[in-house]
Design a protein around this ligand. Structure first.
Ligand code: ADP
Ligand code: MG
Ligand code: ZN
Length: 505
């Protein structure tokens, strides 16, 4: 069923109603094997090649918990300031769907591994940055389902399809679900708070190394709950927009749902508790299935798995390995580098922060590290529609180029050509300097030959310099640089020239 509703403009909606948000985020963990079997988890394999009796749900097969998945979930819970259960169980969530061969999903129900945490997020407003504390209800473990492809229809959805294909490679991949408590008091910043929260969560997981969190590959998916109520009233009925899969869409889904619900409520209607589907093309959602009669999943403790009882010593060991939280790290780097808010934001927007940090750690001066990543390399990445970290340039490449610049065997112009070579996959920095013949000409006799030729061509300039007009040397230096196709060290040319003419620099 597809219903569309009128909307009322966002600003007007917020004059009448306060929004409440709830975000449920599913993240595929980056473990080498699945949640309850040893099948590989690599993305993009041929359909149904990464399956076994356990993840196919064949009778008699027995699951075993992946310790690495438990560890990753605890680390995530700790990073979100959660309490960690001393003892908890998995639960069977029973329902039928063709992407789930067992007819139940192993999840956690009333005994999540992690609970009662929070994540602070910052949004930029016209009056400067504002911080919101998003409270975390629970972080629990579960297994992913398989993937259905509906073929032969116009929309790729099941309605109108001729047939459907199922790929169980994804079935049993470890997922964690992170559920927030209702988020109140965001007002017109609700869409931005939702986006900032998911962004922060993504960066946190990248920092922990528990997932590659690629939203475009579906390894991070978000269900966006929104309700509206007049100020002071109890919370309204929520809708749940499912599987929103980009940061921008999270923001737009909240925005459009506020406009839609405000129209429903303003015209005297009531919001139905339902799931909705977000459409990237229109920026609007359509109605999915009604949740008014909460499904009875007949949850019960999973009898084939032992309870999870992480020892306090282990939890504390894991706590001690947590990296610095992303927000703390950003504040520290900004202070350490002493850069302006604007320059720092440029680095963040370019996705260069961690690369600059690694480049400095490799021994490169911080100004140089920032210059390369936010200048030349960002330009090239933008031109090619690539992310900086997929250009193929490493912090060590920058280190080597900077060494060659410092010893005068490269200049900036040649260095740019070296990076072109690195990006083209022509080899290491030294190999490219050799194969493209990019070394600075530092052989004095070759430079003197070029200087003499330039002086012979511009005798009037030569006379001026000899007469004490040292500024005129620029014309000769320029001619030498041109003759050597930029492969000379300009400062060196200048001093050789003055020496040649017997003039003090
Ligand atoms: P479900 O299984 O129906 O998805 P969950 O408890 O897993 O329910 O998640 C519901 C999400 O919606 C949570 O993030 C919760 O904080 C949030 N939520 C609950 N009530 C409201 C409400 N009235 N308005 C907005 N969000 C809500
Ligand atoms: Mg849910
Ligand atoms: Zn398997």
């Amino acid at each position: 069923m597809t219903t569309t509703h009128d909307t009322i403009p966002f600003e007007q909606a917020l004059e009448k109603f306060d929004p409440v948000l709830g975000l449920e985020t599913h993240v595929e963990l980056g473990t080498a094997s699945k949640m309850f079997c040893s099948c590989p988890t690599e993305f993009g394999a041929a359909a149904n090649t990464q399956v076994c009796p356990v993840c196919l749900g064949l009778p008699g097969s027995m699951p075993v918990v992946n310790a690495m998945a438990v560890e990753s979930t605890i680390r995530m819970g700790l990073a979100l300031n959660c309490s960690i259960a001393e003892w908890c169980r998995f639960a069977r969530k029973n329902y039928f769907y063709p992407d789930m061969p067992k007819d139940y999903q192993v999840s956690q129900y009333d005994e999540p591994l992690c609970f009662d945490g929070y994540l602070d997020v910052t949004v930029e407003t016209d009056d400067g940055p504002r911080e919101f504390r998003v409270e975390i209800e629970r972080v629990h473990m579960e297994e992913d389902t398989g993937k259905l492809t509906h073929a032969g229809g116009a929309t790729g959805r099941i309605h109108g399809a001729d047939y459907s294909l199922v790929d169980y490679n994804r079935a049993g991949i470890p997922l964690i679900e992170i559920v927030t408590k209702p988020i109140e008091g965001t007002g017109s910043l609700a869409p931005l708070v939702a986006r900032a929260y998911v962004t922060e969560l993504r960066d946190l997981m990248r920092g922990l190394g528990v997932s590659d969190v690629r939203m475009e590959e579906g390894s991070l998916r978000c269900d966006v709950n929104v309700s509206l109520a007049p100020p002071g009233d109890p919370w309204g009925t929520r809708s749940e927009t499912k599987n929103v899969n980009s940061l921008r869409s999270v923001e737009r889904a909240v925005h459009s749902e506020i406009e839609r619900q405000a129209a429903v409520l303003s015209s005297g209607g009531r919001v139905i508790q339902e799931t909705r589907h977000f459409h990237e093309d229109t920026g609007r959602s359509t109605s999915g299935r009604s949740k008014e009669q909460a499904e009875d999943y007949r949850y019960f403790p999973e009898p084939d798995l032992v309870p999870v009882a992480p020892s306090r010593e282990w939890v504390e060991e894991l706590r001690a390995t947590l990296p610095e939280p992303p927000s703390v790290k950003r504040a520290r780097l900004r202070a350490e580098w002493g850069v302006s808010d604007h320059d720092f934001q440029t680095l963040i927007n370019a996705g260069a922060l961690l690369l600059v940090e690694e480049t400095i750690a490799a021994g490169v001066d911080q100004a140089a590290a920032r210059k390369w990543w936010s200048g030349e390399l960002t330009r090239i990445a933008n031109d090619r529609g690539l992310e900086l970290d997929s250009l193929g340039v490493t912090p060590d490449d920058i280190k080597r180029v900077e060494e060659l610049l410092a010893e005068g065997s490269l200049n900036d112009k040649l260095a740019r050509q070296v990076f072109d070579g690195v990006i083209a996959g022509e080899g290491t920095v030294d190999e490219i300097v050799a194969s493209r013949g990019l070394g600075v000409v530092s052989d004095d006799s070759a430079l003197l030959t070029a200087i003499d030729a330039a002086l012979a061509e511009q005798p009037d300039v030569a006379e001026k310099i000899k007469g004490g007009k040292v500024q005129a040397a620029g014309a000769i230096v320029g001619a030498v640089m041109k003759a050597t196709r930029g492969q000379a060290d300009a400062a060196k040319v200048r001093s050789l020239l003055l020496e040649r003419l017997g003039v003090e620099g």
